[in-house]
Design a protein around this ligand. Structure first.
Ligand code: FAD
Length: 460
């Protein structure tokens, strides 16, 4: 048995959960957390697992909601983050909201009191010490610049981003396929394509002008000074492009050239929105070139004005934030190890998962995998049919890399959602004549979540 301690850099949502899981498994853990000696731009305390913004862990419905399922899986794996959240929950309908101070103090206390955990308040300002055999980097979206520079040097230029530029992602089966058609611009197959790789949504002149008007009058997300994201000409938010003139989008991401609507081949659409496949399963499609700073509430409403998206369900809305994250599909192996230095795993938001719960979930997995190795054994990643496995599968291999219209890197942060799970088939219940859409969707979700909890048993 190796008696090398496991070093965790960062005591946020991911680092705290990783430390807890590893320590509970019997490994010796050292957590290196810089707050206390060096602040970040967003945290306001020295507590572990501080919630920097909202106090919500989102839906707690483990039958019908993917993040609710993730909660439940984590509870079944003895999660510290979920235990503290449940102990400090506040009334919030179907959501799990927490008293933020009570929550993070409970996590801090549990970490400090665990006999297998040592806490060191320091910034790790370069590549982890060569003597450390088992390392988890969980330094989050505000990874300190010195460590970010070391990661960049180690992994290469396009492997680390400092901002995300997120275009909305839509569930494939919520797109109206009587309106959309599949075709690549000029039928170009390109490397690995078929010539019919995009879904195209046509707009006439009136629809286009109404859409542009909605974009330029939409309320924007308010940013704090340090959060302000520099614009690059190749990667402008869609509403900023629209402001430059009503015709700008028609000459940019919505240009109607090289595409023919097979249902109306003689009429040229005035503008065309393109969707590109985002995951290997083909269940998620992103809106090409549609990164945006519009407020979340208004985005779905405006994008549903696009013909074919009138009933669109969004797996992720668009955004533009300061966010340090690695190009996980390229630099990590399926068990979250850094290919160029396999002593090191990454966990949390820095891997490209998005959100408190997802970050903690990623910490849970890396804590367990790394502890197993530190104790002389090994462990598989969770099955892809579980929320834990589906999330990790997406960041390490599920995302389909594509050349981006905007020049932004194609891999962008992702919340857990049902589009990440392998399909299930559900039979119509006996005696039911007409199975309505919502009922079928609910049955499908029940089948996915039931399968997940069953498949988790062996791993947990
Ligand atoms: C401003 C902002 C608002 C957000 N709002 C939400 C929200 O409302 N809801 C939501 O679900 N998600 C939100 N997120 C996204 C994300 O879920 C959280 O940032 C979450 O805290 C990520 O967990 P983490 O453990 O990966 O990172 P963190 O919780 O940020 O933990 C990383 C830790 O690493 C430490 N650290 C960094 N560099 C070093 C170093 N070199 N040496 C030692 N320690 C270091 C930091 O001090 C920090 O404690 C927000 C992110 C930001 C930046």
């Amino acid at each position: 048995m190796s008696n090398q301690p496991l070093h965790i850099i960062g005591g946020g949502l991911a680092g705290s959960e990783a430390a807890w899981q590893a320590a509970e498994a019997g490994a010796q853990v050292v957590v290196h957390e810089m707050r206390g000696v060096k602040a970040t731009d967003a945290h306001s305390t020295d507590n572990f697992a501080e919630l920097v913004c909202s106090n919500s862990f989102r839906s707690d419905d483990h039958e019908q909601n993917a993040v609710g399922l993730l909660h439940e899986e984590m509870r079944r794996c003895g999660s510290l983050i979920m235990r503290a959240a449940d102990q400090h929950k506040l009334p919030a309908g179907g959501a799990l909201a927490v008293d933020r101070d009570g929550f993070s103090l409970a996590v801090t206390e549990a970490i400090h009191n665990h006999p297998n955990i040592t806490v060191v308040r320091e910034e790790i300002a370069g590549w982890p010490d060569a003597d450390w055999q088992h390392v988890i980097i969980a330094t989050g979206p505000l990874t300190s610049p010195a460590l970010a520079a070391a990661v960049l040097e180690k992994t290469g230029e396009d492997s680390l981003a400092f901002f995300d530029a997120i275009a909305p992602i839509i569930h494939y089966d919520s797109i109206d396929h009587d309106i959309a058609w599949k075709q690549s611009r000029y039928d170009k197959a390109g490397p690995g394509g078929t010539g019919a790789d995009y879904l195209n949504l046509p707009m006439d002149r009136d629809q286009y002008y109404a859409f542009v008007e909605a974009l330029i009058t939409a309320p924007l997300h308010e940013f704090k000074d340090w959060e302000k994201v520099p614009y690059f000409d190749g990667c402008l938010p869609i509403e900023v492009m629209a402001e430059r003139g009503p015709e700008t989008l028609r000459h940019g991401p919505m240009k109607p050239v090289g595409l023919t609507n097979p249902r109306n081949p003689t009429v040229k659409p005035y503008a065309i929105v393109q969707l590109r496949q985002d995951n290997a399963l083909g269940t998620l499609w992103n809106m090409v070139g549609f990164q945006t700073k519009m407020r979340y509430g208004i985005q779905a409403e405006i994008f549903r004005m696009i013909p074919g998206l009138q009933n669109a369900q969004f797996a992720r809305l668009g955004g533009l934030h300061r966010n340090t994250f690695i190009n996980s599909p390229k630099v990590l192996s399926a068990d979250l190890k850094l290919k160029v230095d396999p002593r090191i795993r990454f966990a949390g938001q820095v891997t490209g998962v998005e959100g408190y719960v997802e970050s903690a979930a990623c910490g849970l997995i890396t804590g367990r995998l790394t502890a197993a190795e530190a104790l002389g054994g090994s462990m598989d990643v969770p099955p892809v049919t579980t929320a834990l496995g589906a999330l990790i599968g997406h960041i390490t291999g599920g995302h389909v890399e594509a050349e981006s219209y905007s020049g932004a890197r194609s891999f962008q942060p992702m919340n857990v959602n049902f589009g990440l799970f392998p399909e299930v088939t559900v039979e119509k219940p006996e005696g039911v004549k007409r199975w309505r859409g919502p009922e079928k969707t609910m049955a499908k979700r029940r089948a996915i979540t039931g399968r997940a909890l069953e498949d988790l048993k062996a791993w947990a």
